[in-house]
Write a protein that binds this ligand. Structure first.
Ligand SMILES: [Zn+2]
Length: 91
């Protein structure tokens, strides 16, 4: 295995672990693999697919991380302790 393929596998494994730990309650990331392609979809706790989650230009591990951030952002309510502007605004 090439070093690049190996590091992508490590990144994917880490992203899967992060999703299992960091996704807010009820949110799901669905991963579909077919020959020559793989993609992720983000589903909210009502089971609705997030249509603002476009991962076509990303590697799978980057897609998973973007899905985690979108779900966290959707659940986030700013508090006085947030940075101003809230750091989540950049997500
Ligand atoms: Zn905030």
């Amino acid at each position: 295995m090439t070093q690049i393929a190996e590091s992508k596998n490590v990144a994917l494994g880490a992203a899967l672990d992060d999703a299992a730990r960091d996704l807010p309650d009820g949110w799901q990331i669905h991963i579909t693999i077919e020959r020559g392609a793989g993609w992720a979809e983000l589903h909210n706790p009502e089971g609705v697919r997030a249509d603002d989650f476009d991962s076509t230009d990303l590697d799978l591990h980057e897609s998973i991380r973007r899905g985690i951030r979108l779900a966290q952002k959707a659940e986030h309510v700013c508090k006085p302790s947030c940075h101003n502007p809230c750091l989540l605004e950049d997500w």
